[in-house]
Design a protein around this ligand. Structure first.
Ligand SMILES: [Cu+2]
Length: 132
């Protein structure tokens, strides 16, 4: 009797182990790194780049077209952390963004290969815009 209980317990434990190996092993490739963020849009010949600022900047790297007027829209939504203190050295910009809203920054026409960087005032968060 006790032996049967022992065998049943072992079988249950082994099935749980097997199930978790299948479950966790299978989810290894399931991270959302492949999610494509569509944050560049051309409207009436102007290229708009959208960056979300809250607890950092997202997306981190944005590829844009060169040789077309480009504007950056930085969007805050309940942003009370330092990502609201935006610094863009290439444009001599230091701005404190409203906790919720949109700030439009004219980036002009970018040259191919040009990289623009934005950071929080302390430099711990950042994002990049790369013109192709
Ligand atoms: Cu910061």
């Amino acid at each position: 009797m006790n032996k049967n209980v022992f065998i049943a317990t072992v079988i249950i434990l082994l099935s749980v182990l097997l199930a978790s190996v299948i479950f966790f092993g299978g989810s290894k490739d399931g991270r959302d790194e492949s999610v494509v963020v569509q944050n560049v849009e051309v409207v009436d010949g102007v290229q708009y780049v959208r960056i979300d600022a809250k607890g950092g900047y997202s997306p981190n790297i944005t590829k844009v077209e060169a040789n077309i007027p480009t504007k950056l829209i930085v969007k805050t939504r309940g942003t009370y952390d330092c990502s609201a203190a935006l610094v863009m050295r290439d444009f001599d910009i230091k701005k404190t963004l409203k906790p919720t809203g949109e700030e439009i920054i004219d980036l002009g026409v970018l040259k191919s290969g040009q990289e623009i960087e934005g950071t929080c005032s302390m430099g711990m968060y950042g994002f990049k815009i790369v013109a192709g």
